[in-house]
Each structure stands twice: as structure tokens, then as C-alpha cells.
Design a protein around this ligand. Structure first.
Ligand SMILES: Nc1ncnc2c1ncn2[C@@H]1O[C@H](COP(=O)(O)OP(=O)(O)OP(=O)(O)O)[C@@H](O)[C@H]1O
Ligand SMILES: [Mg+2]
Length: 231
């Protein structure tokens, strides 16, 4: 209980720091933008302005994620028909990327399973897993196959969604850290995507885990709870 209390106050502290950073960060990035509109900026200084722009954008995404997490104390759990929801998700995800054709392989799911989950949270989790798979799951030929499969575990009867890719997979030592906050191997990432996704899964009584894709690459599984909440 003491540990829980400490974590809760740490969460509040982090959220208030994130909140306090927002205004000065906005000022820095605004000043940078005004400066970049000037015609008398040398080429070398433009490079420095780009650095300011890029890194203030990065801090801004960290701040947004931390604030979002601290606000999401309660989830709005509802009944979701997985196969319908996945079809909608595929369309949204494709539109979001500005593509004409879906980058996802969704042929695997056929049955309609019902799960109890917050729709926004589910979108955020699957969105992050698919974005990661597209970003990190590239093969040498630069081709990525991201597959989404929904099913029911034969023994526990729990519904699940798996997101798999055929990339290089994740090294065992690295895999132990990917759910830690701020762990990233990408210079443009915040390292909060999987941490937030696993926290959101917990809020909905589900579990997010990683294992190797048996055909090579990564496999992330979101395992839903079978318990029916009182809606
Ligand atoms: N499908 C994947 N294949 C290989 N590595 C992955 C995959 N998904 C995640 N990872 C590894 O896990 C790390 C953490 O992922 P996470 O989504 O938490 O953060 P990020 O993608 O680096 O940053 P952000 O999501 O904030 O942009 C990644 O940097 C990458 O090294
Ligand atoms: Mg990510």
C-alpha cells in the first residue's frame, strides 16, 4: 500500500511537471517559428532552428502523453464487437496514413467476438502496435507485413488480438525493457507508446505482452478479460 501511495504521488508530480513545461515550451517553439520566418537567417543558423523545432516537437509529444495518461484514471468500458471494430480500425488507420490501400493484413479474423473495453483505449493500443510494426518491422527488402488476428484462446476462452510483423524481432535483452517508460531505440521516438498501451490494457483488465512471432519478427498480444463488468 505504501508503494502504491508513492507511485500515485509520483504520478501526480510527473503530471504537474508536464503541465508546467507546456507554457515555456510553447514560447520556445513559437519564438523559433517567428525566427525562421526572418529572411536574414544564414543557412547554418537554419540548421540550428531545425534542431529547436524538432526537439521542442519531441518534448511536446512526451508532455502530451504524460498528461493524457494522468487524466485517464477511469475507463468507459463498453461492449465491442471485435470483427466490426477491426474493420473500422483498418479504415481509420489507412486514412490516417493517407494511403489508398490498407497496409494491414486482416484476413485472419472471421468470427465475431465481444469484448468489454474502452473504445478510445483500444484504438490507441492497436494504433500504437500497428505503427510500431510498420516502423520497426521492416525486412531487408523494406517490405513490412503487419497482420492482425482476433481469436479466442482455446483453453481459457479469453478473446485476444495479436499484431505481428515479419521484421527482425526484438532481442531478448531489449524485449525486457520495451514496456518501460521512455525506453526507445528510435531517435524520433518518445518511448512511451508501449508503456501507455500496457497501462491502458491494465485499466481495462486486459494484458499486453510480447513474444516472438513463430514465423520470424515480433508478436504483440492483447489478452482480454472474460469477466463481465457491470456497465
Ligand atoms: N514491432 C516491433 N519490432 C521491433 N521492435 C519494436 C517493435 N515495437 C516496439 N519495438 C521496440 O520497442 C521500443 C519501444 O516502443 P514504444 O512504442 O514504447 O516507443 P517508440 O516507438 O520508440 O516511441 P513512440 O511510440 O513514443 O513514438 C521501440 O523503440 C523499439 O525498439
Ligand atoms: Mg511506438
Amino acid at each position: 500500500m505504501i508503494q502504491q501511495g508513492k507511485l500515485a504521488s509520483l504520478g501526480r508530480l510527473t503530471a504537474s511537471i508536464a503541465h508546467e513545461i507546456r507554457n515555456p515550451l510553447g514560447a520556445i517553439s513559437h519564438a523559433g517559428e517567428l525566427l525562421s520566418e526572418s529572411n536574414s537567417i544564414e543557412k547554418e543558423d537554419r540548421r540550428l532552428l531545425d534542431i529547436i523545432h524538432k526537439h521542442s516537437g519531441r518534448v511536446n509529444s512526451i508532455v502530451k502523453s504524460v498528461l493524457q495518461l494522468s487524466r485517464q484514471e477511469k475507463s468507459h468500458i463498453e461492449v465491442i464487437h471485435l470483427s466490426n471494430w477491426l474493420k473500422e480500425f483498418e479504415k481509420d488507420f489507412t486514412d490516417q496514413l493517407g494511403l489508398n490501400e490498407s497496409p494491414l493484413d486482416m484476413t485472419a479474423h472471421t468470427k465475431c467476438h465481444e469484448v468489454f473495453f474502452d473504445k478510445n483505449h483500444l484504438k490507441q493500443i492497436i494504433d500504437n502496435l500497428c505503427s510500431n510494426a510498420l516502423k520497426y518491422g521492416q525486412t531487408n527488402s523494406n517490405q513490412t507485413t503487419v497482420s492482425i488476428k482476433a481469436g479466442i484462446h482455446p483453453t481459457s476462452q479469453q478473446s485476444y488480438i495479436t499484431v505481428t510483423d515479419n521484421g527482425k524481432g526484438i532481442d531478448k535483452l531489449v524485449a525486457q525493457q520495451i514496456f518501460e517508460p521512455f525506453y526507445t531505440t528510435s531517435p524520433s521516438g518518445t518511448g512511451l507508446g508501449l508503456y501507455i498501451s500496457s497501462q491502458l490494457a491494465e485499466l481495462n483488465h486486459a494484458k499486453l505482452s510480447y513474444d516472438e512471432n513463430p514465423n520470424g519478427g515480433s508478436r504483440f498480444t492483447l489478452l482480454f478479460s472474460t469477466a463481465k463488468p457491470t456497465l
